[in-house]
Design a protein around this ligand. Structure first.
Ligand code: FAQ
Length: 319
């Protein structure tokens, strides 16, 4: 009897079959160059966002209204530095060099989240960054705990635990302001008015204009599209704003009974792309602050390298 042999799967087909079966890809596994490149791009931009994301909140550490608020804010900003480190390490497992990633950030070549190019003008902004920005970050990052690349997924588990605490503290700052004097509530509303739309932009361009989404969904790097996550965010946040007694600054916002979701207005995409291109209110300041911090930290890196070299020599490592 004649048997029909199935043609052998190509390396790329085998890779996709593993992804489809939800098998995690690990650093030493074969992967298509484009998969590696996409991950290095996304993870390094994510790491840069954590580092640059320390700056808007760092602005308020010396002006926090109480010792309690100051120590919470300090720990939160330190947590963001830690997230950056896990993420740079995850990108390094793909062959990216940390020096190169940082050089790309400092030269303006690499992107980081648009949201951190907006100024933090009042104490209520610390509430909004925690409540809205960390809220958006969690919605985006919880699915990344199931992303197909193992080191990225595992880094996300710890990051998400810490981000959940950040979000709760931001909500609590907002709640305290909203239950306070009329001027405090006004401050909270004014901050929400400024942060609402930029936060919706964090999820990236509309699916129809997102060049990377389709392939990243196929590779299970992304588990939801930009628009799906944006919708989830609106549906989650509107009841929280109502609970606080605040008004979401969107006249088109309306519950849609048929879709069981909120309809909402169009994001100002022109503003989004301007910020991404480097023309936002704080882009130049943020980059300058990062470059300065890096230069001022040179002696720490030199000392750490000298210490490591001495230890290696003493212990005969590599001998
Ligand atoms: N800002 O095709 P897509 C945080 C770029 S962490 C700037 O849709 P993709 C923690 C995009 O890179 C926040 N650029 O791209 C914290 C691409 O350009 P490229 C960061 C943006 O990758 C809280 C182009 O537009 N989180 O907040 C933005 O499939 C509080 C086309 O876009 C992450 O990075 C944007 N908002 O989807 C810290 C999460 N959106 O690279 C301190 C991981 C898009 O081709 C305080 N990343 N672009 O030149 C992701 O999930 C994805 O990369 C997206 C973008 C969803 C951000």
């Amino acid at each position: 009897m004649e048997t029909l042999e199935k043609p052998a799967l190509t390396q790329e087909e085998q890779f996709q079959a593993r992804i489809d079966a939800d098998v995690r890809i690990e650093p030493k596994d074969w992967m298509p160059d484009a998969y590696r490149k996409t991950l290095i791009r996304q993870i390094s931009q994510h790491a840069h966002s954590e580092l640059v994301g320390m700056l808007p909140e760092g602005n308020w550490i010396t002006r926090a209204p109480s010792l309690k608020r100051k120590s919470i804010l300090l720990s939160k900003v330190q947590d963001e530095a830690g997230h950056g480190l896990y993420l740079y390490s995850a990108a390094e497992t793909l062959g990216a060099s940390r020096d190169q990633m940082l050089a790309d950030l400092h030269s303006g070549k690499a992107k980081y989240s648009s949201i951190f190019n907006y100024p933090t003008l009042s104490w209520a902004d610390m509430g909004c960054v925690g409540w809205l920005v960390d809220g958006a970050a969690i919605l985006n990052q919880v699915p990344l705990c199931r992303t197909s690349y193992g080191p990225y997924a595992r880094a996300m588990v710890r990051v998400c635990k810490e981000e959940s605490f950040h979000q709760r503290q931001g909500f609590e700052v907002m709640q305290t302001l909203c239950e306070g004097a009329p001027a405090q509530k006004e401050m909270a509303q004014e901050a929400l008015n400024r942060w609402w739309w930029p936060t919706l932009m964090m999820f990236g361009p509309k699916d129809s204009e997102s060049p990377n989404t389709e392939q990243s969904m196929k590779w299970r790097i992304k588990r939801f599209t930009n628009d799906e996550l944006r919708q989830k965010f609106v549906d989650m946040m509107v009841p929280q704003a109502e609970f606080l007694g605040l008004t979401v600054p969107d006249p088109a916002l309306k519950w849609n009974e048929e879709r069981k979701a909120y309809d909402f207005g169009e994001v100002n995409w022109e503003e989004f792309w301007q910020v991404v291109k480097g023309n936002g209110l704080c882009n130049a300041d943020r980059l300058q602050a990062r470059v300065q911090a890096h230069e001022e930290g040179a002696w720490v890196r030199e000392a750490a390298n000298a210490h490591a070299a001495k230890r290696k020599a003493r212990e005969g490592v590599g001998a």
